[in-house]
Design a protein around this ligand. Structure first.
Ligand code: FES
Length: 143
């Protein structure tokens, strides 16, 4: 292999590596939730049918009574956690990404437990109490 062929094949390998890395990065940023469930707060609670959560890693809940959407995370042990999708840095809406929640304003990242993975935010996400009854998940909305 002469020098010219070596450089050409090396550049092609670099290009393939770059495309692979870019693809992985884009996929990491893909939304892990499938759709938004729209409902209302009644008696300080949101009710979500459990069958909606089956097989979902994260379900986004939207209610006009809350300033931000809520993410319901199904834990590996079958329990649920509900987080307000408001960045704790300056109250900006969060996006669900492959490995947690991302604030597009200044780049804070939170894991699926609501903990800060990357600042500038320093506080964890607001988490709501949940309980299961009659085939529904109930999320208690507190001020
Ligand atoms: S408002 Fe989210 S990082 Fe600043």
């Amino acid at each position: 292999m002469n020098r010219r062929n070596f450089l050409q094949s090396s550049c092609q390998l670099c290009l393939l590596g770059f495309i692979g890395a870019a693809t992985t990065s884009i996929l990491d940023g893909c939304v892990a939730a499938s759709s938004i469930y729209k409902t209302n707060v009644k008696n300080n609670e949101i009710s979500v049918p459990l069958n909606l959560l089956n097989g979902q890693k994260v379900q986004i809940i939207s209610a006009p009574e809350t300033d931000f959407d809520i993410a319901v995370r199904t834990e590996p042990n079958g329990t649920y956690k509900a987080f307000l999708l408001s960045c704790t840095h300056h109250e900006n809406p969060l996006n669900v990404v492959g490995n947690g929640f991302l604030c597009p304003l200044h780049g804070s990242q939170f894991d699926f437990e609501g903990n800060v993975r990357k600042g500038p935010a320093s506080l964890p996400l607001t988490q709501y109490k949940t309980h299961v009854a009659n085939g529904n998940l109930f999320i208690t909305i507190t001020a």
